[in-house]
Design a protein around this ligand. Structure first.
Ligand SMILES: C[S@@+](CC[C@H](N)C(=O)[O-])C[C@H]1O[C@@H](n2cnc3c(N)ncnc32)[C@H](O)[C@@H]1O
Length: 408
C-alpha cells in the first residue's frame, strides 16, 4: 500500500472512529533517528471533555500530554510524519497493523478487534482492563488444555479460566504495565508450575496490550518445563522460554522488569521477593502459598499476651502465622522502596491461600514510619522473617539506621 493510503487509514481510525481505543507507534528504521521509542495515543476524558492523550516514551522518561480537536489532529500529523516502523491502531470494531519496510513500503493488515469492548475507555489515568476472550486467545488456550478443540472452555477448567482473568485484572489495575519504556519487557515467573498463568501473561502483554515482552518461566520441575517449552514452540512464541532452576539460583541474562511468584511454595515466595528486590525489578506480583518458616518460630515460644486465646486453636494459629508472614513481606517491600498493597486473589487450587501482594518500585527506600512498624512487630512476636534473612545487609542497614528513639 502507498504511504499516503496507510496514513489516511490511521487518521480516520484515530480521529473519526467513535470507538477508537488506542494507537501505538514504535520501532525505528536504522537510517532514521526518532526521539521516542514508543508513542501511545488514546482518548481520555479531562473535566468531562474528550481529549486525545499522547504518551511519549524514551529510555529514561515518559511525557504525557492531552490535546483537543485541531490540536490533536496536528499532533497526530507530527507523529505520522516520524514514520515509525510499526503502528498498531485499535478501535472496538477493528484493528489496523502497519509495518513500514526500510524502503518505505507499508504492509497493512486489518481485522476485527479481538477484545471488542463496547466503549473505548476514557478514564484519564488508567487503561480499561481488556482481558482474555475465549475467541481471541483460542490457540494458546487450546495448547495449554483450557479449551477443547471445538472452542469451548473445558468444564473442569472454568475456574482456572476465571482465575487467569482475575490475575490479569489485578496486575492491570496496578497501572504499571503501560509505564515501561525499555522494551521488550523482561518478565520472570518464579515457580511457574503448570504455567497456565505464565502463558496467559505472555499472551496478554504481547497480543492484547501489544507490549513486546520476553518471559522466562522457572521451576525446579524440569519435566514439566520441557513440556511447556514444546507448547511455546508450537505456538511460535519465541519470547516465552523456561529454565530449570531454583528461584534463588536463577541468574537472569537481562534484569527482570516484572517478577511473578504465584503460589510458589512456602519460602519460594520469599526467594522470589528477595530476587525481585535485588534485581531492582519495577513490579513484583506474588500470591503466597503455604508458609511454615515463621510458623515454626511461633511453635517454639509461648504466645505473647493476649494471644494465648488465638494460638490455642491450631487453625487460628496457622492463619495468624500466614497473616504475620505476609505483613512482614509487605513491610519489607515497602521499606525497600515498593508501594505495596495486599488484595484478595481468588485461587482455583488453594482456596485458603487467596491473597496477592502487589508491589511497584515507586517510593523512597527506608521510610522511617515503616521501619519502625517493622521493628515493633518483630519485637512483639520475637520472630525473624525468612525474607529478612534473604534480603541481607541492604535491609538490615536500613533497620539499624533508624535511631532507637523512634522505637516505641
Ligand atoms: C503450587 S505450584 C504453582 C504453580 C503456578 N505458579 C500457579 O500459580 O499455578 C508451585 C511451583 O513452585 C515450584 N517451586 C517450589 N519451590 C521452588 C523453588 N525454590 N524454586 C523454583 N521452583 C519452586 C514447584 O515445583 C511448583 O511447580
Amino acid at each position: 500500500m502507498p504511504a499516503s493510503d496507510y496514513k489516511q487509514l490511521i487518521r480516520e481510525c484515530v480521529l473519526r472512529d467513535e470507538d477508537f481505543i488506542k494507537a501505538t507507534f514504535s520501532g525505528q528504521h536504522r537510517d532514521r533517528t526518532v526521539a521516542w521509542i514508543k508513542v501511545v495515543v488514546r482518548p481520555v476524558l479531562v473535566q468531562g471533555k474528550k481529549h486525545m492523550q499522547f504518551s511519549y516514551f524514551d529510555t529514561k522518561k515518559d511525557i504525557t500530554k492531552n490535546y483537543r480537536d485541531d490540536e490533536s489532529a496536528a499532533m497526530l500529523e507530527q507523529l505520522i510524519a516520524l514514520e515509525f516502523k510499526n503502528v498498531h491502531v485499535q478501535s472496538a470494531r477493528r484493528v489496523i497493523t502497519v509495518t513500514v519496510t526500510h524502503k518505505g513500503k507499508a504492509i497493512v493488515r486489518t481485522g476485527t478487534s479481538e477484545s471488542q469492548p463496547r466503549d473505548p475507555n476514557l478514564s484519564h489515568d488508567r487503561q480499561k482492563a481488556r482481558l482474555l476472550t475465549a475467541t481471541g486467545a483460542a490457540p494458546f488456550l487450546k495448547a495449554v488444555g483450557i479449551m477443547s478443540e471445538d472452542g469451548k472452555i473445558r468444564a473442569d477448567m472454568q475456574s482456572k479460566f476465571r482465575q487467569i482473568n482475575e490475575f490479569l485484572k489485578l496486575v492491570q489495575q496496578t497501572g504499571e504495565l503501560e509505564k515501561f519504556s525499555t522494551l521488550p519487557l523482561q518478565v520472570v515467573d518464579c515457580g511457574c508450575g503448570n504455567a497456565y498463568l505464565t502463558f496467559a501473561f505472555y499472551y496478554y502483554l504481547n497480543s492484547v496490550l501489544h507490549i513486546p515482552t520476553h518471559l522466562t518461566g522457572i521451576d525446579v520441575n524440569g519435566e514439566l518445563l520441557a513440556r511447556h517449552s514444546e507448547k511455546s514452540a508450537s505456538l511460535g512464541w519465541s519470547g516465552l522460554t523456561f529454565q530449570t532452576t531454583s528461584i534463588i539460583d536463577f541468574k537472569p541474562v537481562t534484569r527482570p522488569d516484572i517478577v511473578l511468584a504465584l503460589h510458589a511454595c512456602d519460602t519460594a515466595t520469599d526467594e522470589a521477593l528477595a530476587q525481585g528486590i535485588q534485581w531492582d525489578s519495577k513490579l513484583i506480583i506474588s500470591a503466597p502459598c503455604c508458609q511454615h518458616h515463621l510458623q515454626k518460630q511461633l511453635d517454639h515460644q509461648p504466645a505473647p499476651r493476649p494471644f494465648e486465646a488465638v494460638e490455642r486453636h491450631s487453625i487460628l494459629k496457622e492463619r495468624l502465622g500466614d497473616i504475620l508472614t505476609d505483613t512482614f513481606r509487605a513491610l519489607i517491600l515497602r521499606i525497600m522502596g515498593y508501594q505495596t498493597d495486599v488484595v484478595q486473589f481468588v485461587s482455583s487450587e488453594h482456596t485458603a491461600k487467596n491473597l496477592m501482594i502487589r508491589a511497584a518500585k515507586t517510593v523512597n527506600v527506608g521510610d522511617a514510619k515503616f521501619v519502625r512498624e517493622y521493628r515493633d512487630l518483630k519485637d512483639f512476636w520475637k520472630v525473624t522473617p525468612y525474607l529478612e534473612q534473604l534480603t541481607g545487609e541492604d535491609f538490615t542497614h536500613l533497620l539499624a539506621a533508624l535511631p532507637q528513639t523512634f522505637h516505641s
